[in-house]
Each structure stands twice: as C-alpha cells, then as structure tokens.
Design a protein around this ligand. Structure first.
Ligand code: SAH
Ligand code: SF4
Ligand code: F3S
Length: 473
C-alpha cells in the first residue's frame, strides 16, 4: 500500500537509514571514525553533509560500518510517529554493539533531538549526545565532553545560523546532482506540523554563498542542483553591504546564470507564496526545470483552514491554472494528508477531486499522525479512526497511480532532453536519467559514447506508472 512512498527523495521517512562514507582524503589520515545515518527530508540529508564537514575538520573520518566507528550518529526525523519509531528501533540495534564496545559514543542529531531534548537521554540510555539542527558547530566540543564521560546536550535553536560558510562534504553522491540548503526553519504554522518546533524560525542564507556553492559544484562536474527549504518562495536575503534584497526569483536567476549546462530545481513551494515572478523566471531560463512540488495537503477549504494552510480549494486551483498558463509543460507533484482531524467523507472526496483537477504527476501521501505540541494536537481531536484513515489513504494512492500512469501515457511519442544520472537499476546496457519535469526515463545505451552527467535527447515509446521508456534520437 505504501510503495509510492518508498522513493520519496524529499520528505519521507521511508528514505531512511542511509549510511555514508565520504573519503574525501586518505582515510588513514583520520585518527577516529564516525558513522552517520540520515532519516527524513532532504534537508536532513543535506545537514548530514554539513556535519561530515565539521567532523572531518575535527579529525574524524567516515566509515560505512558502524561496528568499527568511534562515533555513531543518527540524524533523525519527527514528522510522523513512524519516523520516530524507526529511529528507536535502530537505537536498540546499536545498543547490542555498544554493549561489547563501551568506548563507542552514540549521538542523536536532528529533529527528534530537538523535539525531545534531554528527555531522550532518559528514554534511551545508550545515547551519549543530543544535538539539535542549529548546534552542529558545537559537535566537536560535545564529543569531547562525551568522551570525558558526561552526557552532552545542545539543542539551542538560532535565529541566524545558516552554516553558509561550511562546505558540505558530498555524501553518497552520484556526482551529477547535489542539494543546496538556501534557508532553514519555517515560520508557517501548519497545525499538523512539527517542523517549526524542531527547526525554529525561518532564515535565509547569504545569496552569494549559495551561488558560490553552486558554481563550485558545477566546476567539479555536477550538472544539477536542487535548492532546498521548507518554503523556498519566502526566501528573502538582505545584503547588508549595500542594503539590497534578494528574492527567491532573483536567486533562481543568479543560479541559472552560472551556466546553461547546469540544471536548477527547488523544493518545497508553499502554494500561498509562489509568485508569478518565480513562474516567469522559470519560463525564461531553459535550465530551470519545469517542475514544481506544490503540496496541497487537502482539497477541502474547511480542512485547509483547520490545517492553517491559508489558502482555499479555489485559490489552489487558480494557482495550478496559473502555472499551466505560464509554463504549459510544467510537472506538478503534491503532498497529501488523509484523515486529518474531523475530516468527513465528503471532504475526503474533495481531496480526490482536486487531485484530478491538478493532474499530479506524482504525490507523497500520508495518513495524519498526531504530533505532540502542535496546534492540532492541542486544539483538535484526532478523531478519524485509523482504519478510515488507511482506507482514505489507499483511495488517494490508487487515484495517484491512475494519474501517474495517465500523465506518463501523455508523454509517449514526445522527445525530451534527459540528464543521464547513471545506469538503470535493471541493466548496465541501459541509462537512467530525468527530463525537466523530473520524470525518470530509461533507454538503451546503444553504440553512443555517452556518460553520466551528459545530456541526450530521448524519444519516449512506452511507459508504466513509474517510468518512461525511450530511445536516443
Ligand atoms: N514544508 C513542506 C512540507 C514539509 S513536511 C510544505 O509545507 O509542504 C512534508 C510533508 O509531510 C508535508 O507536506 C505533509 O504532507 C506531511 N506531514 C507533515 N506533518 C504530518 C503529520 N503530522 N501527519 C502526516 N503527515 C504529515
Ligand atoms: Fe510544516 Fe507547514 Fe512549514 Fe511545511 S510550511 S514545514 S508543512 S509548518
Ligand atoms: Fe523530518 Fe525534520 Fe525534515 S521532522 S521532514 S527531518 S525538517
């Protein structure tokens, strides 16, 4: 039932437990080893790359094998209860190793660390360090404290930390696409969401440091960058030097101008904040991909109000119209929550019908999971029975399968410019890449002398709901 969730690149706890081994330098130069596993959204994965950079500077090299690590880190997610359960299960596995290797330190980073703070030390006895998302610069000091036998905690949230000056160590990268954090935190108070509590106030990163990071990646052979934030359209950076401001549309343009060979993507757009200026900038630059992740959450105005999404059903539909008007071939995807507090059957039907209206190419779908401390937890009863939530979610998943298939069928017969990301999972005689709309296209290598990171035109001859199949033209 949940298999549409499994390759969620941006926000799902299903993308979990990836371990990294960034051997940027000779592995033997480091005296100690750290192991890091990341859960949750792409921003958390991106933070792990910052953590790796900070630890490298402090003399720690990475290992893929947690059993040989001196320091084991879990970068955690709190978005749904299941995400936290997964982490707790993983901690029990670490306990077994720690029992035989008492010197090994275990640290919990990220959103669960921020949400539970020192309580986590009581609940999970093997944990030595609890470090929130704005406190990673203090990690080396915290490790020293923990080595001295003290439990170490830093969960201070910051109003200005953006890690702008830290060069992330690219972990498990395909060498073609990379993620760049452009802001942190979130000022929206969607009533179901824990992120404002775990990530703190919204702040935008220095635009020049973003452009410099993108340029550096391009010079190192990367061909695609994804600009990340919980709400990228509210990016707003003030350049104190000359008191000018940079909006998200302007930032997109600055990054697009690095090279026409560098593709730009971004995530996530809040429907209330995406502007015509952004849409026109996307239309103007061929290398800004025609793809928008525009989470709807619900198709019913009353439920949207309870969620504090600040738009109505009609307003959202108009936004979709506007996107299609300015960027006719734009891919659109969504996040959807089934069974939010007090949602009726008719209101659920509104969600199914807005999916039809929006013709999503893809969606990330969840049933509502109450999070302690959120407005919804405090104000509303989580009163839709679990089996009803699950049935509604299944209907949403089925609807999305049908929409994804139809969307792919509309692409049969078309030719797309594809960025090659690597060999296809099934065969080393085939390439896998994506078109501007973020759809996966698989095609035979044939006699052409191509490589990862090349662009190639591919004619689509067939499809299933997940993949387009084609031939090089
Ligand atoms: N900033 C992004 C979303 C980040 S969280 C945005 O505003 O769209 C990713 C997704 O998780 C959300 O879009 C929502 O669909 C889902 N989600 C968040 N809190 C949830 C909860 N309590 N229960 C179920 N799904 C939730
Ligand atoms: Fe959560 Fe809403 Fe912020 Fe997204 S915009 S992170 S859903 S509070
Ligand atoms: Fe999870 Fe935190 Fe991201 S709660 S979705 S890791 S911002």
């Amino acid at each position: 039932m949940m298999d549409l969730l499994t390759d969620n690149k941006v926000h799902d706890e299903a993308r979990q437990g990836e371990a990294y081994a960034p051997f940027a330098h000779d592995p033997n130069q480091y005296k100690k080893r750290f192991y890091i596993e990341s859960y949750g959204c792409q921003m958390n994965f991106s933070d792990s790359e910052i953590v790796a950079s900070i630890l490298n500077d402090a003399g720690f090299g990475a290992t893929r094998n947690f059993e040989e690590a001196d320091l084991v880190l879990l970068n955690t997610c709190s978005i749904r209860e299941k995400a936290e359960q997964t982490v707790r299960k993983r901690l029990t596995e670490f306990r077994k190793v720690k029992d035989t290797k008492p010197g090994m330190l275990v640290g919990v980073l990220g959103c669960m660390a921020e949400r539970l703070k020192a309580k986590l030390l009581e609940e999970e006895k093997l944990v030595d360090m609890v470090v929130g998302p704005d406190a990673y610069r203090t990690l080396p000091g915290l490790v020293e404290e923990a080595e001295g036998g003290q439990k170490a905690v830093n969960v201070l949230l910051s109003r200005d930390e953006t890690y702008a000056d830290i060069s992330p160590v690219r972990l498990e990268s395909n060498g073609v696409s990379a993620f760049i954090s452009i802001m942190r935190g979130c000022n929206n108070m969607c009533t179901f969401c824990v992120v404002p509590f775990t990530r703190g106030r919204e702040r935008s990163r220095d635009a020049f440091s973003i452009v410099a990071e993108a340029r550096d990646l391009f010079e190192r052979g990367y061909k695609e960058v994804t600009l990340l934030g919980q709400n990228v359209d509210s990016y707003y950076w003030n350049n104190e030097a000359d008191n000018t401001n940079v909006t998200f549309a302007q930032l997109l343009e600055m990054v697009a101008l690095i090279s026409p060979e560098l593709r730009i993507r971004f995530s996530t757009s809040h429907p209330k904040d995406i502007t015509d200026e952004v849409l026109h900038t996307m239309a103007k630059y061929e290398n800004i991909c025609n793809y928008i992740h525009l989470p709807v959450q619900s198709g019913n105005t009353r439920v949207l109000q309870l969620m504090n999404r600040t738009y109505t059903r009609e307003w959202y539909m108009k936004k979709v119209d506007r996107i299609r008007e300015i960027i006719p071939d734009c891919g659109i995807s969504s996040d959807i929550i089934a069974g939010f507090c007090s949602e009726t059957e008719e209101e659920h039907q509104d969600t199914l019908s807005i999916m039809d209206y929006s013709k999503y190419d893809y969606s990330y779908m969840f049933f509502y999971s109450e999070r302690p401390g959120t407005l919804a937890a405090r104000r509303y009863a989580d009163d839709v029975p679990e089996e009803v939530k699950k049935r509604r979610l299944q209907e949403i998943v089925d609807k999305q399968y049908q929409l994804s298939l139809e969307s792919n069928q509309r692409d049969v017969g078309k030719t797309f410019k594809v960025l090659i990301e690597g060999e296809s999972k099934k065969s080393d005689l085939e390439w896998m890449g994506r078109n501007s709309q973020n759809k996966v296209i698989v095609f035979p290598k044939e006699q052409y002398d191509l490589k990862k990171g090349d662009y190639v035109n591919v004619h689509v001859h067939s499809c299933n709901k997940a993949t387009l199949m084609g031939k090089i033209v």
